[in-house]
Design a protein around this ligand. Structure first.
Ligand code: CO
Length: 150
């Protein structure tokens, strides 16, 4: 396992669309582990592959309730709406108010290529939406309505 370099705001890789993961191999497992370590070290709750320079549809989330790896995630259901403060490891010191669904259901694959369905509410729903956005080259600052610089 190793830490990877986080890509920051003006890096054009953050606005690119990621490619579907086709091989569930050792390389993917290493990427996910490295992403998790990089996220933890930076004190984040989520990190997507493009944030470490890899244009693949993979992300890791840990809102304090355990690690979740999402490969080729697809949001299949959402409901409700919550506007709350949001940040991103690629935009340190920037926080903005973003509207997200209160509930999301996401279909994804784990590192072994096993499909699963996950439901998330509130912060978990927010994290899932935020990370899935990254895979489409969408960063939270483009959705934020109000900024709060710390
Ligand atoms: Co982010």
């Amino acid at each position: 396992m190793a830490l990877r370099q986080i890509r920051y705001k003006d890096d054009e890789i953050l606005s690119k669309k990621c490619k579907e993961v086709k091989k569930f191999d050792e390389k993917l497992a290493i990427l996910l582990d490295d992403m998790y370590d990089t996220m933890k070290k930076a004190d984040g709750v989520g990190l997507a592959a493009p944030q470490v320079g890899i244009l693949k549809r993979a992300c890791v989330i840990d809102i304090g309730k355990g690690r979740i790896d999402l490969v080729n995630p697809e949001i299949i259901e959402t409901s409700g709406s919550v506007t709350d403060k949001e940040g991103c490891l690629s935009f340190p010191e920037v926080f903005g108010e973003v509207e997200r669904p209160q509930y999301v259901k996401v279909k994804a694959f784990d590192r072994n290529g096993e499909e699963f369905v996950l439901e998330g509410r509130d912060l978990l729903a927010r994290a899932i939406c935020h990370e899935c956005d990254h895979l489409d080259g969408v960063v939270f600052v483009s959705r934020a309505t109000k900024f709060d610089e710390r």
